[in-house]
Design a protein around this ligand. Structure first.
Ligand code: 7MF
Ligand code: ZN
Length: 850
C-alpha cells in the first residue's frame, strides 16, 4: 500500500495482537541513540500468524522473540514478524539520530535537550510498535545519558531509581502505573531551571508540581505554576475530577511543532505557553498560558484516562478538552470575552476550513496524514458540538453524563459515539438526530423569516448545508437561542428553540408590538445566519440586548453591513458613506461606563478582512479592503473626542481590561488623526509592561507613523536575545502595509534571531504574513503566493508539519477572482511536482487542486 493512500474510518479493525507491558531503555548519545524495547505481547486473534509493527526513520538492529532471534522483514515502514504464540516477549533494538531530526516528531534535540513528541504517530520514530491509540500498555522507562550535560532525565509516571553509571553518565528509571497508548509517551533529558510547588488534592493527596525551563528563565515560570494549581482546583470543583499521580511535570522547550502535549505526568510545552513576566509577555500571552496549561491538565481525564479508539475519534478528547478549557477560562475570567474569542475562531478560521478543500466532519472519515487533522474543525467546532449538548442537557445532566462516561470507560480507548451514548443515557435526552453533527461536513446555514400579525410573532427557520461528499440531506438538531426585545429595550422572552426540521415555524403570542429579535444568541450553534437586518435593529440590539455577547454580535453585524453597503456603492460607481446610526451606536458603546472595558475593546476591534470574506460567497477583495478602511476611518474620525477621553481615563488603571481598551483607543485616535503620534511615543517610552509597549509599537507600525522605524529599532535592540519577544517583532514586520514587504521579509530570514528550523520563528514571520497581511499576501500579481511557495519548498523537507500548517491561506481561496485563482493554482502545481513532497503537503495540495 502506498503511503499516500487514505485510511478510512469504516475500515477500523481491532488489532490481532496487543501489548500489555513495554519496557524501554534509552542510551542517549549523539549522533546515535540506542533504544531497547521489550514488549509483553498477547495474541488476541488466534488465527493470526504475523505481528505487523509500524516504524519510520529507524535503523533496525535486532528482533528477538523470547530471547531468540525472530524471523522478520521490513517493508514500507512496517516490520512483519512471524509470531504464532499466544503470549511472548518481543525485544527490538533500534538506532536513531536525534540531532538530525528537524521534523520534531519522535525523539529530537531542542536547543541542547533531548525531547519527544509522539502524538499522533511519532512513537514509530522511536521503535517499531503497535503505534495506535487502542493498544494500552504499562510503560517502564530507563534513560541513560551524560550527567554533566543532561542532569535531568525525565519520563512518565513515578521515579523508581536513579544513579551514576560509567564514563560520567547517569540513569533514571520511571514507572507509569496507568496503561497508556504510545502517543502519550514522553522523555526529556537536559539541563534546566526547576520551579517546584505542590498541590493537595481534595482527598488529601500531596502532588509534587514541577516546571522545567531553560536556564535563566526561572522568574518566568510562576504564572504557569499558578495556572496549573488553578486548573487542578477547578477540575475538582466543576467536574469532580482529581489528579491521579504523585507528580506532575511540565517542561518548556523552544523547538516544538504545536502549543503543548499532554503526555501522562510529563507535559511538554512550547515555551510560548509557559514563559511570562510582565516586561516580556502581554496580557493576551498570560491568558493564553493559563488556557493551554488548563487544556493539557484537563486531558489527564479527557484523553489519558479515557482515550481514543482510533484517530478518527480525535474530537472525543480534543473537542471535549477545548470545551473544558473554555469553561475554565470563563469561570476564572470574563465569560463574555472568552465566548467572543471562541466565536471568532469559528467564524474567522473554522468556517473557512469548512468551505475549503480540506472540509471534514469533526469526526473525519478518511485521512492520509493524521497530523493534517489537528484542525479548527476537530478542536473548535468539536467544542461547539459539546457545548450544544451542554445547552440541550443543562449543567446538571451534562455532569451526570460525564460521570457515567468515566464509570463506563475509565481505562479504555473509545469512540465519539460512546461519549454521546453516556450523555444520552444519563440525561434521558434523545440525541439520535444530534449525532449528525459528528458526520456532516460544511457549515449549515439557517435562513430566518419573520412575520407579525394580531399580536403573534412568527419566526420561520430554514436549514441547509453544502453538498460535500459524505453529507446526507437529513435535517440537523440545531439549538437556536433567541431573545425578543420591545421598543424600549426590555426583554420580552428568551429561550432555546429546538430546531429539528428542514423548515420550522415558532410562534410567540400575546405581543403588543412587533418585537426586535436577537438571533442565535451566544452563538448557540455553529451555523451561518441569513437574515436581512436593518441598521436601526442592530443599533437597538447593541444598546439593549441582555447578553453582552449579543451586543458585541450586533456590532459585528452593523460594521459588516456598513462595509458591504459600501462595497456595493463602489461597484455602482457611487460615493461611499456611513450612516449616522452606525456612528452613534459605536459612540454609545465607547461612552458606556457600565460595560466591561475589555468588551468595549472587543467591539472596537471591528471585523478583520478575513472574517468579512467569510460572510460572502464571492468577493472583490480590492473593493472590500477600500470599503473596510473607509468605514473604520469614518468611525474613528466621528469618535475622536470620545476615544481620546477614554484613552486618558484608562491610562492610570493597572489591569488587563483597561489596557485592552486603552490600546484600542490609541489605535482609533491615530486613525482619526496622526497628531496623536505623540501619545504613541509617550506610551512606548514610559511603558512598564509588554502590553503597553507592544500596543504602542503596533499602532505605530500598522499605521506607518513617522516614529515607526525608530521604535522598531529600539524594540529590536532591546529584545534581540529574547526569542519569544522577537516573534512579536517579526509579526509586526510581516503584517506591515508596505509595497516592499516581501523584500523586507526575505531580508529578515537572515536576521540572527531567525531560523527556519524553529517553528515559532517560521510562524511569526512567514505564517503571519500569509494569514495577517491579506492586502499584500493576496496581491493581484501573485507575488505573495509565489513567495509563500518558495518558503514551502524549503520547509517541506525541514519540517513537513509546519509546512502543512502555513499553507492554509493558499488553499482557502475559492472566493477570489480568476486572476488570483490562476496564480494560486500555478503555485500548487509547482508544489505538486516536487520530487520529495511530504505526505502532509501532498494531502492538502492534491485536495486543493482536485
Ligand atoms: C489548547 O491538543 C487548545 C489546543 C495536540 C497538539 C495541544 O493537547 C493538544 C495536543 C495541536 C493543536 C492545538 C492544540 C494542541 C495540539 C491545543 C493546545 C492548547 N494533544 Br496540533
Ligand atoms: Zn488537546
Amino acid at each position: 500500500m502506498s503511503e499516500l493512500q487514505a485510511k478510512y474510518l469504516i475500515d477500523y479493525k481491532q488489532p490481532d495482537y496487543t501489548i500489555n507491558h513495554l519496557s524501554l531503555d534509552f542510551q542517549l548519545n549523539i549522533p546515535t541513540t540506542e533504544v531497547v524495547a521489550v514488549s509483553q505481547v498477547e495474541r488476541k486473534s488466534k488465527q493470526a500468524t504475523q505481528l505487523v509493527l509500524e516504524g519510520d526513520e529507524l535503523e533496525l538492529v535486532s528482533v528477538k522473540i523470547n530471547g531468540q532471534s525472530a524471523t522478520h522483514q521490513v517493508k514500507d515502514k512496517q516490520l512483519f514478524i512471524e509470531a504464532e504464540l499466544d503470549n511472548f516477549e518481543l525485544e527490538i533494538i533500534t538506532h536513531l539520530k536525534p540531532a538530525e531530526n528537524t521534523a520534531l516528531e519522535g525523539l529530537y534535540m531542542s536547543d541542547g535537550a533531548y525531547c519527544t513528541q509522539c502524538e499522533a504517530e511519532g512513537f514509530r520514530r522511536i521503535t517499531y510498535y503497535l503505534d495506535r491509540p487502542d493498544v494500552l500498555a504499562k510503560f517502564d522507562v530507563r534513560v541513560e545519558a551524560d550527567k554533566a550535560e543532561f542532569p535531568f532525565l525525565l519520563s512518565n509516571g513515578n521515579l523508581t531509581a536513579k544513579g551514576d553509571t560509567e564514563n560520567g553518565r547517569h540513569f533514571a528509571s520511571w514507572q507509569d502505573p496507568f496503561p497508556k497508548p504510545s502517543y502519550l509517551f514522553a522523555l526529556v533529558a537536559g539541563d534546566f531551571d526547576l520551579l517546584e510547588d505542590n498541590f493537595i488534592t481534595r482527598s488529601g493527596r500531596d502532588v509534587k508540581l514541577q516546571v522545567f525551563v531553560d536556564k535563566g528563565n526561572l522568574h518566568k515560570a510562576h504564572h504557569a505554576m499558578e495556572s496549573l494549581k488553578k486548573s487542578m482546583k477547578w477540575d475538582e470543583e466543576r467536574f469532580d475530577l482529581e489528579y491521579d499521580l504523585d507528580i506532575y511535570m511540565i517542561v518548556a522547550v523552544d523547538f516544538f511543532n504545536m502549543g503543548a502535549m499532554e503526555n501522562k505526568g510529563l507535559n511538554v510545552f512550547n515555551t510560548k505557553y509557559v514563559l511570562a513576566d510582565k516586561e516580556s509577555a502581554t496580557d493576551d500571552d498570560y491568558h493564553g498560558i493559563e488556557s493551554v496549561i488548563g487544556h493539557e491538565y484537563f486531558h489527564n481525564w479527557t484523553g489519558n484516562r479515557v482515550t481514543c479508539r482510533d484517530w478518527f475519534q480525535l474530537s472525543l478528547k480534543e473537542g471535549l478538552t477545548v470545551f473544558r478549557d473554555q469553561e475554565f477560562s470563563s469561570d476564572v475570567g470574563s465569560r463574555p470575552v472568552n465566548r467572543i474569542q471562541a466565536i471568532q475562531v469559528i467564524r474567522n478560521h473554522q468556517f473557512a476550513e469548512d468551505a475549503g478543500p480540506m472540509a471534514h466532519p469533526i469526526r473525519p472519515e478518511s485521512v492520509i496524514e493524521m497530523n493534517n487533522f489537528y484542525t479548527v474543525t476537530v478542536y473548535n467546532k468539536g467544542a461547539e458540538v459539546i457545548r450544544m449538548m451542554h445547552t440541550l442537557l443543562g449543567e446538571q445532566k451534562f455532569q451526570a453524563g460525564m460521570k457515567l462516561y468515566f464509570e463506563r470507560h475509565d481505562g479504555q480507548a473509545v469512540t465519539c459515539d460512546d461519549f454521546v451514548a453516556a450523555m444520552e443515557d444519563a440525561s434521558g435526552v434523545d440525541l439520535k438526530q444530534f449525532r449528525q453533527w459528528y458526520s456532516q461536513a460544511g457549515t449549515p446555514t439557517v435562513a430566518v423569516n419573520e412575520s407579525f400579525e394580531n399580536g403573534s410573532y412568527q419566526l420561520t427557520l430554514t436549514q441547509s448545508r453544502p453538498e460535500i461528499a459524505g453529507n446526507n440531506d437529513l435535517p440537523m438538531h440545531i439549538p437556536f437561542d433567541v431573545e425578543l426585545l420591545d421598543a424600549e429595550g426590555n426583554s420580552i422572552t428568551s429561550k432555546v428553540l429546538n430546531f429539528t426540521e428542514h423548515k420550522q415555524t415558532f410562534t410567540f403570542d400575546g405581543l403588543e408590538q412587533k418585537p426586535v429579535v436577537s438571533l442565535l444568541q451566544d452563538f448557540s450553534a455553529p451555523v451561518k445566519l441569513e437574515y436581512q437586518y436593518e441598521d436601526e435593529h442592530l443599533a437597538h440590539l447593541m444598546r439593549y440586548a441582555n447578553s453582552e455577547v449579543a451586543r458585541w454580535e450586533a456590532s459585528v453585524s452593523l460594521f459588516s453591513k456598513a462595509v458591504w453597503d459600501n462595497v456595493k456603492a463602489l461597484s455602482e460607481g457611487k460615493t461611499m458613506q456611513l450612516n449616522s446610526i452606525v456612528q452613534d451606536a459605536f459612540k454609545g458603546v465607547i461612552l458606556d461606563e457600565n460595560l466591561d472595558e475589555e468588551l468595549i475593546a472587543e467591539v472596537m476591534s471591528v471585523p478583520s478582512i478575513s472574517s468579512l470574506v467569510e460572510q460572502v460567497e464571492t468577493v472583490d477583495l480590492d473593493a472590500l479592503i477600500i470599503a473596510r478602511r473607509f468605514v473604520k476611518d469614518e468611525l474613528a474620525v466621528g469618535c475622536e473626542d470620545e476615544v481620546v477621553a477614554r484613552y486618558h481615563a484608562s491610562k492610570g488603571k493597572d489591569n488587563a481590561s483597561a489596557r485592552a481598551l486603552k490600546n484600542e483607543c490609541l489605535a482609533w485616535a491615530c486613525v482619526a488623526n496622526e497628531e496623536y503620534e505623540a501619545l504613541v511615543e509617550t506610551q512606548y517610552q514610559s511603558a512598564t509592561n509588554m502590553t503597553d509597549s507592544l500596543g504602542a509599537l503596533k499602532v505605530s507600525s500598522d499605521l506607518n507613523l513617522s516614529n515607526r522605524d525608530s521604535l522598531m529599532t529600539h524594540f529590536e535592540n532591546k529584545w534581540v536575545d529574547t526569542p519569544l519577544v522577537m516573534d512579536k517583532w517579526f509579526t509586526l514586520q510581516a503584517i506591515q502595509d508596505s509595497e516592499q514587504v516581501i523584500d523586507k521579509i526575505k531580508a529578515l530570514t537572515t536576521h540572527k534571531a531567525f531560523s527556519f528550523n524553529n517553528p515559532n520563528r517560521v510562524r511569526s514571520l512567514i505564517g503571519s504574513f500569509a494569514v495577517g497581511n491579506v492586502e499584500h499576501f493576496h496581491k493581484a500579481d501573485g507575488s505573495g503566493y509565489q513567495y509563500l511557495t518558495e518558503i514551502l519548498k524549503k520547509i517541506n523537507t525541514i519540517n513537513p508539519q509546519v509546512a502543512a500548517r502555513i499553507i492554509t491561506p493558499l488553499i482557502q481561496f475559492s472566493k477570489f477572482d480568476q486572476g488570483r485563482q490562476q496564480h494560486i493554482k500555478a503555485c500548487l502545481q509547482e508544489l505538486m511536482a516536487l520530487p520529495d513532497l511530504s505526505k502532509d503537503l501532498f494531502e492538502k495540495v492534491s485536495r486543493a487542486l482536485a
